[in-house]
Design a protein around this ligand. Structure first.
Ligand SMILES: Nc1ncnc2c1ncn2[C@@H]1O[C@H](COP(=O)(O)OP(=O)(O)OP(=O)(O)O)[C@@H](O)[C@H]1O
Ligand SMILES: [Mg+2]
Length: 370
């Protein structure tokens, strides 16, 4: 339906051209457009091309009569709901009035016409038509706005996922460079230092002490470099897989925070691609960070299992319990980030907190296997 139409049209159908023009005279005004048809066939063509606020239809016409025309108008999608008012002769009986209603008329007017009655009846339909047009326009605008919103949300989501993967690649590259280049230089430095130390005259005690402490310093630096590289992107994740990386990170976490981690990991690692393994591992890291920062827990239970085609990771702590309001707070960006991470795989995150008892988070990531 053309909703930009500002002027409502009335279709008048009558085989008697004198009566057609009389009606046209009567109805034509600044706000109303009148279309004339002098047969049922012509009327049917008109309703295919245009929407009408109402149709005035003469019941008695040669060829396709008013009743048949009304039935056909009702059958067409475009004119299904257009109000039809029958024009019947005074001599006609109640029977034809009923036939009119049966064929889809909403009203009837007996000829000869009383202009005021006709005008007031039509004005109701014109008003209805105009209100309907406004409503349709509003609905179309709202649908368009919703569609735009959905699209921009989709774009943002794709952008976030893209940035996430770019960041991950960058971390992997930096981790490798730190590990390889700095690590190698430091190892070379240490070897040179050992070479020097071995050639020191035996009476050079002070220098020997110095080389020893330098060697210790280099060892510590090598350790730090390894740690920094692993925290950026644990090699174990790429080489041994998710469960090994979870085990490694839990051990590291315990050393740093003193919070015990009880692990229940499957003996056979579920087959995971790099994207899923990375997502699960980063979520795990974020969950442990949250426990350390917010929970005040002394113990964490971690379980990984494959469950009906999905990887399921559960992390449960015995801390103060996450507040319901924090779970759904749009400002909980850490939690939001976790949800976004599993979304591309059709995964889900369930978070439940019991006050004073702890928090349980269940992450499931479909494995995408056929
Ligand atoms: N294990 C937990 N125990 C208790 N409260 C928690 C736990 N995990 C999260 N919360 C609560 O949920 C809130 C939201 O967590 P979220 O990770 O989204 O943000 P954050 O950790 O405060 O900040 P960041 O954006 O750095 O992650 C936290 O501020 C905290 O109040
Ligand atoms: Mg957090």
């Amino acid at each position: 339906m053309d909703t930009s139409l500002s002027q409502a049209s009335i279709l008048i159908v009558d085989d008697d051209s004198r009566s057609l023009f009389a009606l046209q005279e009567l109805l034509q005004s600044a706000t109303q457009k009148v279309v004339l048809a002098n047969s049922g066939e012509e009327a049917l063509q008109c309703v295919l091309k245009e929407d009408f606020a109402a149709i005035l239809l003469d019941a008695r016409m040669p060829g396709v009569d008013g009743f048949e025309t009304a039935r056909l108008i009702r059958e067409r999608e475009r004119s299904r709901h257009t109000p039809i008012i029958f024009l019947t002769g005074a001599a006609e009986d109640v029977h034809s009035v009923f036939r009119g209603y049966e064929a889809g008329a909403v009203d009837y007017i007996v000829k000869p016409l009383v202009p005021e009655i006709l005008k007031s009846k039509l004005s109701v339909f014109v008003e209805l038509y105009n209100k309907n047009a406004v409503l349709i326009r509003e609905i179309a605008e709202r649908t368009r706005a919703e569609e735009q919103l959905r699209k921009s949300e989709e774009n943002l989501r794709a952008l976030a996922a893209h940035l996430q993967s770019v960041r991950e690649e960058e971390w992997t590259r930096i981790a490798r460079e730190i590990h390889d280049e700095l690590g190698q230089s430091l190892t070379g430095l240490k070897m040179d230092l050992t070479w020097v130390a071995n050639r020191l005259p035996v009476d050079q005690r002070v220098l020997a002490e110095k080389t020893k402490s330098m060697s210790g310093l280099i060892d510590n630096t090598i350790q730090s470099v390894r740690k920094i590289a692993s925290r950026l992107r644990p090699e174990v994740l790429d080489q041994l897989g998710l469960t090994a990386a979870i085990g490694w990170h839990a051990g590291d976490f315990r050393k740093r925070t003193g919070i015990r981690c009880k692990l229940s990991l499957p003996s056979d690692t579920p087959m995971l691609d790099r994207e899923r393994a990375t997502a699960a591992f980063r979520i795990f890291q974020e969950l442990l960070t949250n426990v350390a920062r917010h929970a005040g827990a002394t113990r964490i239970d971690v379980a990984v299992q494959a469950e009906s085609g999905a990887l399921v990771l559960t992390v449960e702590d015995n801390g103060k319990g996450i507040a319901e309001s924090a779970i759904y707070d749009p400002k909980s960006l850490g939690l939001l980030g976790m949800r976004e991470r599993v979304l591309p795989f059709g995964g889900a995150i369930e978070i439940a907190g019991a006050q004073g008892k702890g928090t349980k988070v269940r992450v499931s990531i479909p494995l995408g296997l056929k």
